[in-house]
Design a protein around this ligand. Structure first.
Ligand SMILES: NC(=O)c1ccc[n+]([C@@H]2O[C@H](COP(=O)([O-])OP(=O)(O)OC[C@H]3O[C@@H](n4cnc5c(N)ncnc54)[C@H](OP(=O)(O)O)[C@@H]3O)[C@@H](O)[C@H]2O)c1
Length: 281
């Protein structure tokens, strides 16, 4: 398949990016770089484990995809690490001959600490760790970024630009990354359960399932936008919906009785704990 070169200059010109491990998340990022014209195809290289997948991806995206991590790393200024967490140290050791102090290693592997990557690299270079979430697929994700010991401000800015192609970004201290994993990493699953339950409730009170699902999902989406775009505290927005002696307050009473609030808090705490355990494995 021929890829039509964009006519406008890339918004991050002159930077070469390698995505080592272009699987689900890496593939989402690759597509976002091209869709947003952050990079032109010739600025991107990617790798996977299987040659046939490399060929298929290369044809699909019009970028160079190989199984040669070392070569891809040699040619890149920014090296994204997208393999499974347990594979990260070995991958960094593999590409060590290609690393120099001015390259940036940007890992989005869950639970892998920047210090583990710095140790595997065995040199002083910028390492940034990112935790994206699956709504990245629709450019509606949120990615938390934290910096390793040798990161320059301009490198952090590059990482933010890279992940802004798939949604919002926040910068946190590394000590908060497990909490991020428990909240925004696992969070989509918690929200899907809430949407599913609301839709089920709609069916229970007589709505057709497809209408109930749309009502539940769009209500979740709209409420999230209200929080993000008005900047009002969620409690204030909730109060605005809750008329005295009305329907909503009766519903809220049921939610409180059922312990929704405390259950969600416990879910995030438990997921955070699990992320800590995985990091220690
Ligand atoms: N998926 C998510 O929602 C999500 C969210 C946040 C963070 N993450 C992190 O993203 C990373 C990847 O997750 P994923 O879900 O995208 O997994 P995935 O789809 O399995 O992607 C892993 C990719 O790595 C490739 N690979 C394996 N060994 C390799 C090697 N030695 N050299 C180069 N490439 C190699 C695989 O190649 P083949 O395709 O040829 O097998 C595959 O394309 C994980 O560390 C995960 O923690 C994922």
């Amino acid at each position: 398949m021929e890829y039509e070169l964009p006519q406008t200059p890339a918004s991050m010109p002159g930077v070469k990016v390698a995505v080592l491990g272009a699987g689900k998340m890496g593939g989402i990022l690759l597509q976002a770089f091209l869709r947003n014209n952050l990079l032109h195809p010739e600025q991107i290289a990617a790798t996977v484990a299987h040659p046939e997948r490399a060929h298929a991806l290369s044809t699909q995206f019009g970028v160079a995809v190989t199984t040669d991590n070392l070569q891809a790393a040699r040619d890149a200024d920014v090296i994204l690490l997208g393999v499974k967490p347990l594979q990260v140290p070995a991958l960094v050791e593999e590409i060590r001959p290609a690393l120099t102090g001015n390259k940036l290693l940007l890992s989005f592997a869950a639970s892998v600490k920047t210090s583990a990557i710095e140790d595997a690299a065995a040199m002083e270079l910028g390492v940034i760790r990112a935790m994206p979430n699956t709504p990245a697929m629709l450019a509606a994700g949120i990615t938390a970024l934290c910096r390793g010991r040798f990161v320059l401000d301009e490198q952090l800015a590059i990482a933010q630009r890279i992940f802004s192609t798939v949604g919002r970004t926040v910068v946190v201290d590394e000590k908060h990354m497990d909490a991020v994993t428990g909240l925004s990493g696992s969070g989509p699953a918690f929200i899907y359960i809430i949407i599913e339950a609301l839709a089920e409730a709609g069916v229970n009170v007589g709505l057709p399932r497809d209408i109930a699902t749309q009502l539940a999902a769009q209500t979740t989406f709209g409420s999230a936008r209200m929080v993000l775009e008005t900047g009002y505290h969620p409690a204030l927005l909730k109060d605005a919906v809750t008329t005295p002696a009305g329907c909503t307050v009766d519903g809220i009473l049921q939610l409180e009785e059922g312990g929704l609030r405390v259950t969600l808090i416990k879910a995030v705490k438990r997921a955070t704990q699990r992320a800590k355990e995985l990091a220690a494995d």
